[in-house]
Design a protein around this ligand. Structure first.
Ligand SMILES: [Zn+2]
Length: 198
């Protein structure tokens, strides 16, 4: 599954959802105290398992980073979403072009999703995060809040947009999270093209 992290990064780069050093992915396996996360500043198209940073979540649910490591600047967002994961979970953050464009044009992502059965049958879209700075605690907290954690540690939503920035999706593995982004990006592209025709 660590190989999938690099594969999803490469696909996201090919799709134009990130420039070369953008985006981040984490993975936590069921019952594991290890949080795997992509490194900061690395060219994401050449990510392989040996580049991934291995953080620990201790018995007090605190994050311990390996000395000298450079995990993603969005580590806190990943930690908040992963700290109580009851099953294997991957979190993917990229700047999916059509989703960001649709938010910028003023569309509500949950409302768009409700018009298209191909997405709302498989992907639950939460309210978008307001325009807050990248790498900030506000972004991390609002993203985790809008995914809406349930009592059992699962989330009510699979994906939320982050205005003027990107998206954050969760899945049982990196490709599962990627598919939520791809579905939402596709219908955002359709909506934006439809609006141009009008
Ligand atoms: Zn970002």
């Amino acid at each position: 599954m660590l190989t999938e992290i690099g594969d999803v990064m490469r696909r996201s780069y090919e799709k134009g959802w990130i420039t070369t050093r953008d985006g981040n992915i984490s993975l936590r396996r069921k019952n594991s105290k290890t949080l795997y996360i992509t490194p900061s500043g690395w060219r994401k198209a050449i990510i392989h398992p040996e580049h991934i940073v291995k953080c620990k979540i201790n018995e007090n649910n605190e994050l311990i980073m390996p000395e000298g490591s450079k995990p993603s600047g969005e580590l806190f967002m990943h930690y908040l979403i992963q700290r109580n994961a009851p099953t294997t979970r991957s979190v993917v953050h990229v700047h999916a072009t059509n989703i960001v464009a649709a938010m910028y044009a003023g569309f509500s992502l949950p409302e768009i999703a409700s018009h298209f059965p191909e997405i709302h049958r498989y992907t639950r879209v939460g309210a978008s995060v307001s325009s807050v700075p990248a790498l900030s605690h506000e972004l991390a907290i609002e993203t985790a809040d809008n995914l809406c954690v349930k009592e059992d540690g699962s989330y009510e939503f699979d994906i939320v947009g982050q205005k003027n920035h990107g998206v954050c999706a969760i899945g049982k593995d990196p490709w599962d999270a990627y598919e939520h982004i791809e579905r939402l990006d596709h219908i955002c592209e359709i909506v934006l093209k439809g609006r141009m025709l009008l």
